[in-house]
Design a protein around this ligand. Structure first.
Ligand SMILES: [Zn+2]
Length: 59
């Protein structure tokens, strides 16, 4: 688990036609509504690390 993995997930899992996730379709041939759980995981992790950065700057 590292920051790079989140970026890779966010880069691959994009909203496609009819609100379906492109990444899930390509990787697993699965029709998943966007944002899929992968994107939600990556964005929540990113938000947390961004908050940590901000708190670090303010100190
Ligand atoms: Zn996806």
């Amino acid at each position: 688990m590292n920051d790079n993995q989140e970026q890779q997930i966010l880069a691959a899992h994009l909203p496609g036609a009819a609100g379906m996730c492109i990444g899930c379709r390509i990787w697993w041939a699965r029709m998943t509504p966007y944002p899929c759980c992968q994107v939600q995981w990556a964005t929540s992790r990113q938000a947390r690390s961004m908050t940590a950065h901000l708190l670090g700057w303010m100190r």
